[in-house]
Ligand binder design. Sequence first.
Ligand code: PLP
Length: 480
Amino acid sequence: MDSAEFRKRGKEMVDYVADYLENIEARQVYPDVQPGYLRSLIPEDAPQEPETYEDVVKDVERVIMPGITHWHSPYFFAYFPTANSFPSLLADMLSGAIGCIGFSWAASPACTELETVMLDWLGKMLKLPEEFLAGTKGEGGGVIQGTASEATLVALLAARSRMVKRMLADDPEKHEADIISKLVAYSSDQAHSSVERAALIGGVKMKKIPTDYKFSVRGETFRRILEEDKEAGLIPFYFCATLGTTPSCAFDRITEIGPICNAEQMWLHIDAAYAGSAFICPEFRPLLDGVEFADSFNFNPHKWLLVNFDCSTMWVKKRSDVIGAFKMDPLYLKHDHQESGLVTDYRHWQIPLGRRFRSLKMWFVFRMYGLTGLQEHIRKHVALAKEFEALVQADDRFQITADVVLGLVCFRLKGSNDLNEALLKRINNARKIHLVPCQLAGRFVLRFAVCARNTESRHVQVAWAHISQLATELLHQPPQ
Ligand SMILES: *Cc1c(COP(=O)(O)O)cnc(C)c1O
């Protein structure tokens, strides 16, 4: 393909994408295909000779679309949202064209510098404490990680390294392996599975703190377990608190947990993967109170802030803690500029070396929407969730099973887990809308998450009418 053909095909692709997103609600949100469906639709081997672009593009509707779960359909209410916006799609195209690998400042100064400034812009939108910002000579700052899972792992590894160094400084006779075998990390019993995985990868113990009736970790419960562990000779070093848990969007009490972590010199990391975006609205910012106690904070603009995947923003108060854990300096990666607020070598802040120019997406989205436009998007989703909650509450066959704080509604039929499982099965088999379940206090619960950017009240009303109809059918014909 030469540049003349690229111009033509690029314009056609933009039309295809615009049509796809404009008409997405006409597509079935959840596919009908069986595992292995795709292999039989394409050849066994890659082609020997080049094919034409027409041939490739024809196969998109034949091979790919039948197997797509349409996450941007307004009838998609599963998991949590994943962001999608036109400015972000365009910025990603430019990022692909520049195609730089920004592992150090020198490897592409704009890639590094825009990222640092965008993380400051976003940090200010969230009203993060000053220490998390890079400014021109700050000790803190932000970085784009691929996912919240990576941010949790990076924070855990930095915390491990910081604690080991501290213990060795106190007593040089100690052995590193011995210290690591006694380290213990903590999270909520509602934390995302990636948190437990971070501990597995980091080779440390992790304990899950039981939550209260609102699915939040409380300071008192944490303190009790912490004291027992210290008695037993363990070394508490890391707490991963969740703001907006995946099952029910619950909030750990960081104003209670934070002071304990600080007093124990433990690392406090906050995972607000979904909920973080809402903190740009003054009315939701109180949910972030207590962030001042944290060493690191992370959320996913790629979930709810209209920046397409991947873009998980992480801030640390002391960049030296992270860099201290990961720094490697082979000669071929060295350059003449010293690390400072102005010069950041992001390769020291992450696990891979290579990194894409992801901050372009943030820059385009922030400028094209403005803070006001982003706040409107969040508020619209929260209002739709409240609308759905009211519909559930008005039907006395159903109950709400967790506070509706943001864009997620947890609900169930009053009755057995089997009954609710049967309802979910009917919903997903009908293919009209898509939901996933969760377990809350031993109960099977349905999650209704407002996801797509273009979800409107009418979609929520249609979804509820459909759920209610399937419930009526089910209650006439309950599972055996
Ligand atoms: C979605 C989610 C994650 C995982 O996010 P990735 O970016 O896919 O790793 C982690 N924690 C919470 C609370 C989440 O909601």
